[in-house]
Design a protein around this ligand. Structure first.
Ligand SMILES: [Zn+2]
Length: 300
């Protein structure tokens, strides 16, 4: 295998430890792919936006590979992440230098204690309940397990946080003031049945761990931001509350469909079906480089 060109990055920094602030005081954005499929144009545009945003301000970029779900993680998808970033000449300051470094030092598996700390705190504050619902049950009716008071230590049960229509307020740099209502009589999972921390909780713990200060993500993730802010509030961390948010429009396919894994995944690396110049040019049009000064686009 050819060496990855960014092997010099992150060589003295490890993803393990309590709090990770080698770049305290810097703006830090993140590129956070999940190795459960090949990267699609939607991922790439998001990565480029985060990358430019940081670089415009002398900030740092974290490469965080969200590999908590070991069942869906595949070596070819991990490899694709490094190959595509190399192909696009995108560098990063914090994060793994390649697949081996990921497994040895930066995998989310190494930060399970970090997620468990958050889960324990939620448990100690009596903010979670155990749920035994199956997928089939949840398809027909909402979870009512809170009334059953199931033992949180029973193996094979998920942990959920109930929501009661709480109002989550936050500021997005483009949308402005966002007022999001969490669903009424609803709940969301923070620990899966297999004991793995759910995405929202792990993502929040990781962002805090690595000192991420600015997050650009698709506008379809607004509810996700609200849930993460809710967990941040419940944990009384005031961490995510201090982050800058940018929810950008989704990148649509030719048929106006969302380019997600189902719509955009060709079953092979993007490097094999789009020319780099073409991809970068369409990113620049999408980001408005032809209409506005970059300083203005990426202003804080
Ligand atoms: Zn349930």
């Amino acid at each position: 295998m050819e060496p990855y060109p960014f092997a010099a990055h992150g060589k003295n920094q490890k993803g393990i430890g309590k709090l990770f602030y080698p770049y305290f005081g810097f703006m830090i954005t993140r590129i956070a792919p999940t190795p459960s499929g090949f990267l699609h144009p939607g991922n790439i545009f998001n990565f480029l936006l985060n990358w430019h945003w940081a670089r415009q301000h002398g900030g740092k970029v974290l490469l965080r590979i969200d590999d908590a779900d070991v069942e869906r993680k595949r070596p070819e998808y991990v490899d694709d992440i490094f190959r595509v970033l190399e192909w696009l000449d995108m560098d990063w300051d914090i994060g793994p230098t390649g697949p081996d470094d990921l497994d040895q030092n930066w995998s989310q598996q190494h930060r399970r204690s970090l997620y468990d700390d958050s889960l324990l705190e939620l448990r100690n504050k009596s903010l979670v309940y155990a749920c035994s619902c199956t997928r089939t049950q949840l398809a027909s009716e909402p979870c009512h397990c809170q009334d059953k008071k199931l033992d949180l230590d029973t193996a094979g049960l998920a942990w959920r946080i109930p929501t009661r229509g709480e109002i989550i307020l936050f500021t997005d740099r483009v949308i402005g003031e966002v007022k999001h209502y969490l669903p009424l009589q609803h709940s969301f999972v923070v620990r899966r049945k297999d004991g793995i921390a759910a995405y929202h909780l792990a993502s929040l713990a990781d962002d805090r761990h690595f000192g991420v200060t600015h997050i650009a993500r698709g506008e379809d993730l607004l509810p996700s931001t609200a849930m993460q802010l809710h967990i941040d509030d419940l944990l009384d961390q005031q961490y995510l509350r201090r982050c800058g948010f940018w929810h950008h429009p989704l990148i649509l396919g030719d048929q106006g469909n969302k380019l997600s894994k189902s719509a955009g995944d060709m079953g092979r690396s993007i490097r094999t079906y789009i020319k780099k110049e073409q991809l970068l040019a369409s990113f620049e049009r999408w980001a408005g480089f032809d209409k506005k000064d970059r300083k203005e686009i990426f202003a804080l």
